[in-house]
Design a protein around this ligand. Structure first.
Ligand code: FAD
Ligand code: MG
Ligand code: MG
Ligand code: MG
Ligand code: MG
Length: 455
């Protein structure tokens, strides 16, 4: 914490006014970064702007600390506490970093230009343009996987962006208040209070865990007449949840969920999504209808339209439908001077913030070496190597699980101590001192006053 406070002082006193930063230098190469998530921000934090002009294009003008997003769906943490404006992040740079709040809609690797569109509802007179680049860094993340199933986009809530968490929180409270409406039929009350989560990966599990805590700690207190009617069901197609964790921790999670009355339906495939129910094929191959009030869809990633468009343009080199193929130096196959990092790539690693961060740091060091080599220095560019720091997940009732590489082996731990560890890891990894301060404040606030049940 002393280090954190020291760093906070740096953030507060070390910041630069944009006018004190150097302007773009036409003699330097321009690096355009697409995205403002984990990959983009870790690249931006360490790219040396003495060597390059840097420009960022992203439809959102902030970084989002995704690991704490599930906590925002129930109000343990407030949304703004896990957002950090991109301009705050780039203020420490020696050269001003240009930011355009817009979506990149096309990449032309031949003319080395990108097309960008203002994402605003209140556009100015120019809302589409093209921008040239010398180097392009794609860190656009991924889309939600729906398997092309009708009804998912229309009726389910995803959990990836700020507005997803907002929508879940609003819909949850809407269900609860409507269930409490005068003369509501008992089967309708049961439906409205049935929260269904599809997908047993970390996002689905952590969301179910947060929802459980909210029901136990707050909703059952404020809505005593509904207390015994709340239900949470988690649907997973595979034989177990959290396949990336050790079997011991999978068992621990499943037994904690059982104690917490979260029903886990494994080997269960969603077949149809309608506005008030889903149809699933259960483990015995029976088609079963599950009525729900709130449906959260967390079944993983698929490539975004922009990634698909680029892959189609250079399809001789891009042979995987699952993501952008890159080499060990994060170079996009078939597109010179285009790099890709994080969830938008097809890689041997899991799509995690941990991977995206390490790739962003790596790429900034490659750019540093390229600049030194141009000055005649003897530098060598080595391939990217991932170093796994472990996997952590919150599973509810103040318990977390962790698989940590340790002395060439692996430790699997679970419980309340792990949860304290989980919190401190996240807090110390949180990007800015300001965010740390806000999140700790939110945690204290919800401990003292309980979570806010307003819609
Ligand atoms: P993102 O962080 O998704 O960033 C993509 C960026 O690109 C965004 O700013 C987006 O607005 C922008 N963008 C999109 N389209 C365009 C376009 N056309 N043009 C320009 N910009 C565009 N990982 C962990 O390691 N640990 C965890 O505990 C963890 N918890 C998670 C919890 C949740 C709820 C979620 C959703 C994810 C979690 N992850 C976790 C995974 C982690 O968030 C992702 O792996 C990580 O965000 C990937 O980084 P990225 O930079 O590739 O993509
Ligand atoms: Mg990114
Ligand atoms: Mg992100
Ligand atoms: Mg805008
Ligand atoms: Mg209502």
């Amino acid at each position: 914490t002393v280090g954190a406070i020291g760093y906070g002082a740096y953030e507060i006193y070390g910041k630069r006014h944009p006018l004190e930063q150097k302007p773009f230098d036409p003699k330097k190469r321009t690096v355009v970064v697409l995205g403002s998530g984990w990959g983009a921000v870790s690249f931006l934090k360490s790219i040396n702007t003495d060597d390059y002009n840097v420009m960022v294009v992203s439809p959102r003008n902030y970084f989002l600390f995704t690991p704490l997003l599930p906590s925002c769906t129930v109000g343990t943490i407030e949304l703004r506490s896990i957002m950090e404006p991109i301009r705050f992040i780039t203020q420490h740079k020696s050269r001003n970093v240009k930011f355009y709040e817009s979506e990149c809609t096309d990449i032309d690797p031949e003319s080395k230009t990108i097309s960008i569109t203002d994402v605003s509802d209140i556009k100015g007179s120019v809302s589409n343009t093209t921008v040239p680049y010398d180097y392009l860094v794609m860190a656009i993340g991924a889309d939600n996987q729906t398997f092309g199933m009708a009804g998912v986009r229309e009726f389910a809530c995803f959990l990836k962006e700020i507005w997803d968490a907002q929508k879940i929180r609003t819909r949850l409270m809407d269900c609860v208040e409507s269930a409490g409406f005068a003369k509501q039929a008992p089967e309708e009350v049961d439906r409205l209070l049935h929260m269904v989560v599809v997908g047993g990966g970390p996002t689905g599990v952590e969301y179910a865990a947060e929802l459980h805590d909210f029901l136990k700690d707050d909703l059952e207190v404020w809505y005593p007449e509904l207390a015994d009617k709340f239900r949470i069901t988690l649907v997973e197609a595979l034989p177990n949840v959290l396949p990336m964790f050790s079997s011991q921790l999978i068992q621990y999670t499943e037994s904690t969920f059982k104690q917490n009355k979260i029903e886990v339906l494994t080997k269960t495939m969603v077949k149809e999504v309608a506005d008030k129910e889903i149809k699933v094929m259960d483990a015995n191959k029976n088609l079963v209808s599950i009525p729900y009030g709130l449906l959260v869809w967390a079944t993983g990633n698929c490539p975004r339209p922009l990634a698909r468009k680029l892959m189609a343009r250079i399809k001789e080199a891009q042979t995987s439908p699952r993501g952008i193929l890159v080499d060990d130096y994060m170079r996009v196959a078939g597109a010179p001077d285009v790099y890709a990092i994080g969830d938008c790539t097809f890689s041997k690693y899991a799509p995690t913030a941990q991977v995206a961060t390490q790739q962003g740091l790596y790429l900034a060091s490659v750019f540093e070496n390229l600049a030194r080599m141009e000055e005649g220095q003897n530098k060598k560019i080595t391939p990217f190597e991932y170093s796994h720091q472990g996997s952590l997940a919150y599973i509810g009732s103040d318990k977390a699980i962790a698989d940590l590489p340790f002395l060439n082996g692996n430790v699997s731990v679970g419980g309340v101590a792990t949860y304290v560890f989980w919190r401190s890891v996240y807090i110390s990894n949180m990007f800015s001192f300001r965010n740390r301060f806000l999140v700790v404040g939110d945690w204290m606030k919800s401990k003292v006053f309980g979570r806010d049940v307003s819609r």
